[in-house]
Write a protein that binds this ligand. Structure first.
Ligand code: SIN
Length: 331
């Protein structure tokens, strides 16, 4: 029997960001409005795209059009559902997401933690972005899109990755670490997954594997969650106190009760004595406390402080996502 090869496609979900931003002056790379240009137009304007696609088709959907500082649970919910629906189809090779740089790392981690492992270990979900608006004299979006497509088509690629400035980062490690430069992301101690060279990936580490603890159906919980568990982030600093944590524990009309706290501790998880006492009180009344570090590199070492859970190497913003997902089942 002759097996018919199914023609493949890449689905691109647009969510906004600077990559879709415009300014009135092409020389202005900061005074722009994000999320103005539709994803279909962005794709149509990339030179050399057909050559990189090599017969694979590109279809786009405008899932949202937001500045990612305003990223919402509603968009995340829609993203998780659409990405998993598309990945489950035989003719979909990969899903690509255009996103603002400001919260890209949170969305990347959210998808890594929420999508079904069997899909993530088979196909790639590629987030890409830009630091300069589409109207710029020298925009970085078109090259990033081209590179993201090249990653999506790389044989064996799988998992949630981010592509920016010729570099491939894994969802677990990727972190925005520059406010302005086009090469704004880092993978910290772990280093990037690879680099792009003329539409070819030079892989340095293995493609990411889905989290093993994702046995239960997180997508189902997300679909059912009208209200996500409220988890806030507090930080340790010189002159810190109990005031912020104590205020967060107070009930407020129209605000859901606090379910979790991530503390961006100093160094290897150290806390001001008064903040530590406040976190202990929070834990005693049933608020889950997770200790991360405000350091850009390194992790809170497990043995150092047993009283509060540690973030398992996740940055404070990613630890918050992990804690929300963990609490979601217990709503
Ligand atoms: C955003 O995050 O949506 C705006 C900033 C950017 O994309 O660089």
């Amino acid at each position: 029997m002759v097996s018919e090869k199914i023609p493949k496609k890449i689905v691109v979900l647009g969510t906004g960001g600077t990559i879709a931003g415009t300014a009135s002056n092409a020389a202005d790379n900061i005074g722009y409005i994000a999320a103005q240009v539709g994803v279909a137009q962005l794709l149509a304007e990339v030179p050399g795209m057909q050559a990189v696609l090599a017969g694979c088709s590109l279809v786009s959907e405008q899932l949202a059009q937001v500045d990612s500082k305003d990223m919402s649970f509603t968009v995340w919910q829609a993203l998780a559902q659409r990405v998993s629906q598309h990945l489950a189809l035989d003719d979909v090779q990969a899903v690509l997401i255009t996103h603002g740089t400001d919260t890209l790392e949170e969305t990347a981690y959210f998808l890594h933690a929420a999508l079904p492992p069997a899909l993530l270990n088979a196909k790639p979900v590629v987030l890409t972005c830009a630091m300069r608006p589409a109207s710029s004299l020298s925009p970085d979006g078109p090259q990033n899109l081209l590179d993201a497509v090249a990653v999506a088509l790389t044989p064996g690629a799988h998992g949630v990755v981010a592509v920016c400035a010729g570099t491939v980062h894994g969802a677990l490690e990727v972190q925005k670490n520059h406010t302005y430069k086009p090469d704004a992301f880092s993978s910290g101690d772990a280093g990037p997954l690879g680099y792009l060279e003329e539409a070819a990936v030079r892989l340095l580490r293995n493609w990411p594997l889905a989290l093993i603890e994702q046995a239960h159906d997180v997508i189902e919980s997300i679909a059912k969650s009208v209200q996500w568990p409220r988890v806030e982030i507090v930080m340790n600093y010189a002159g810190g106190s109990a005031a912020v944590v104590d205020a967060l524990l107070q009930p407020l009309p129209g605000v859901p009760p606090l379910r979790g706290l991530v503390v961006a501790a100093t160094g290897n998880g150290t806390l001001h004595i008064e903040l530590e006492a406040a976190l202990r009180r929070a834990q005693q009344v049933g608020v889950r406390v997770v200790r991360a570090t405000r350091c850009a590199n390194g992790r809170v070492l497990a043995a150092a402080h047993a009283e509060f859970a540690h973030s398992n190497g996740l940055s404070p913003v990613k630890a918050r996502v992990a804690l929300m997902l963990a609490l979601m089942d217990k709503c």
